[in-house]
Write a protein that binds this ligand. Structure first.
Ligand SMILES: [Zn+2]
Length: 273
């Protein structure tokens, strides 16, 4: 049974992890995805970490972390690449302390100072993939030490992105070849771009975590049941042993979280912890 969680920032104040966890407890959730902003630039304090551990113990809460989105782990800018790697090491340290099984990482943009991402050549993109591979190889031992997995998320394959296809992501994970480097499947991203059944078939057991959302007319992250994404398409991914945590990544506000959980319950019954 996957643990059903939601995104911290959907509960106001959006930067206050305690507000989100308190809301989770009050509403019978057992998971919260900690927003990147709680790692950098506003790192959780030791008091917050102790408080999170206490809530996890008392109420059976599992945390995941969404790595900050304004990072570029495939960057050519060594200073930025090192800074992002330091933030990743910090996130991994915190993950270890709060027993977090997943850190979601966006593969990010092609980032070469002086070259517009949209203008980047295929050669530059391949170099960016290599930078990203080095980033993951540096981070992987810290992930295993922390008992967590870095999960690369399938994104939109837009021009300027480092990753342009499912196969790119698979090749990256397979060449890093480390048990703590996995994939987060975002069902909405897959649905509106290269296909959800195709993503599930291609990624296979590299999928360690799932982002649930709905999509309509090319727009994703809608509350579940409010779009055109048939829940049957990801039913298999919610079977026991497939993913530990299923995170609803839907906007906006607490109402959307409750509506989404109801839609999941209506289709799947009480399969979530
Ligand atoms: Zn996502």
């Amino acid at each position: 049974m996957p643990i059903l969680s939601f995104v911290q920032a959907m509960i106001e104040p959006s930067t206050d992890i305690r507000a989100a966890v308190t809301w989770a407890i009050e509403n019978g959730f057992h998971g919260v995805e900690i927003s990147g902003r709680s790692i950098s630039p506003n790192t959780l304090s030791n008091a917050d970490i102790d408080w999170l551990i206490a809530q996890a113990t008392e109420y059976g809460i599992t945390y995941t972390i969404h790595f900050p989105m304004d990072t570029a782990p495939g960057s050519h800018d060594l200073e930025r690449w090192n800074r992002d790697l330091d933030v990743m090491k910090l996130a991994l340290q915190i993950a270890g302390k709060i027993s977090c099984p997943v850190i979601v990482l966006h593969p990010g943009p092609i980032d070469n100072p002086g070259i517009e991402p949209l203008e980047a050549s295929e050669g530059l993109r391949q170099e960016s993939i290599e930078n990203l591979r080095r980033f993951l190889r540096e981070a992987a031992p810290h992930a295993s030490e922390a008992g967590t997995a870095i999960c690369l998320e399938n994104m939109h394959h837009r021009q300027g992105d480092v990753i342009q296809s499912y196969q790119d992501l698979i090749d990256l994970v397979d060449t890093v070849d480390h048990p703590n480097i996995k994939i987060t499947l975002d069902v909405g991203h897959a649905f509106i771009h290269d296909g959800l059944p195709e993503a599930i078939a291609a990624f296979g057991d590299r999928i360690h975590h799932i982002h649930l959302d709905d999509a309509l007319n090319g727009k994703d992250h809608l509350p579940i049941g409010k779009g055109e994404l048939n829940l049957d398409l990801y039913a298999d991914m919610l079977q026991p042993g497939k993913t530990i945590v299923a995170t609803m990544e839907v906007g906006r506000g607490p109402g959307a979280q409750l509506v989404s959980r109801e839609a999941l319950r209506a289709r799947f019954g009480e399969i979530f912890t």
